[in-house]
Design a protein around this ligand. Structure first.
Ligand SMILES: [Zn+2]
Length: 212
């Protein structure tokens, strides 16, 4: 699970176990979660590595445990969501190629290329889901562009613009918002999480039509 953390990466890192973590319901059964344990993981941010604390929570009713990730991380990725999202947005919207985006992000070319490729593979699913989310939240629907990557970036932007009127999201920024909505799996190899989650609201993303 991902929560819409608005703390800076360094403030979160310094906070350790003392960060004010939100009380969220179990994503499986909506039961109450209690503190269970936690672990540390690395995040690469602003040219350095930070070791952050991630709480693990346990559900009383269904016994499942869930890691509670801050929205500035993506599942199984070292770099922060903002870094990855900015690089993807630059390339997918046609503003620059992968190499300058990689340089700005401070990562090897192959790393940025991997992000962009993974995003493109998922672009139709992500674009459809975020465009629907934008409409659900009362925003302007994103119009499908000829290029699926560009459409997906615009749909994330439209959904974020719509969510910005809800408490807490504006300060989180577009890519933390996107990470939180898909449970950190923006560019994960497995499919999109079955729900988009915005705060306590859950949305079932539509299934895009199969390519002709
Ligand atoms: Zn549960």
């Amino acid at each position: 699970m991902v929560w819409p953390c608005t703390l800076g990466v360094d403030a979160y890192t310094a906070g350790g176990r003392g960060v004010e973590f939100p009380r969220l319901p179990c994503p499986a059964c909506a039961g109450p979660l209690v503190w269970w344990s936690g672990y540390r993981r690395w995040v690469r941010w602003a040219g350095g590595s930070r070791r952050i604390f991630v709480p693990r929570l346990r559900c009383g009713p269904c016994q499942a445990t869930h890691a509670l990730l801050p929205a500035f991380v993506l599942a199984w990725r070292l770099d922060a969501a903002e870094t990855i999202g900015a690089a993807i947005a630059q390339v997918a919207s046609g503003r620059c190629g992968v190499r300058p985006a990689a340089e700005r992000a401070g990562v090897p070319y192959t790393t940025a290329r991997g992000w962009v490729r993974r995003f493109r593979v998922r672009a139709v699913v992500l674009g459809t889901a975020f465009a629907a989310l934008a409409a659900e939240l009362g925003g302007e629907p994103a119009v499908p562009a000829a290029d699926p990557g560009r459409f997906a970036v615009e749909a994330v932007g439209a959904a974020f613009a719509a969510a910005s009127s809800l408490p807490g999201w504006l300060a989180a920024g577009a890519w933390r918002f996107a990470s939180a909505a898909v449970g950190g799996r923006l560019i994960a190899a497995n499919i999109i999480s079955p729900f988009l989650v915005v705060g306590r609201r859950r949305f079932m993303p539509p299934v895009p039509p199969l390519p002709a």
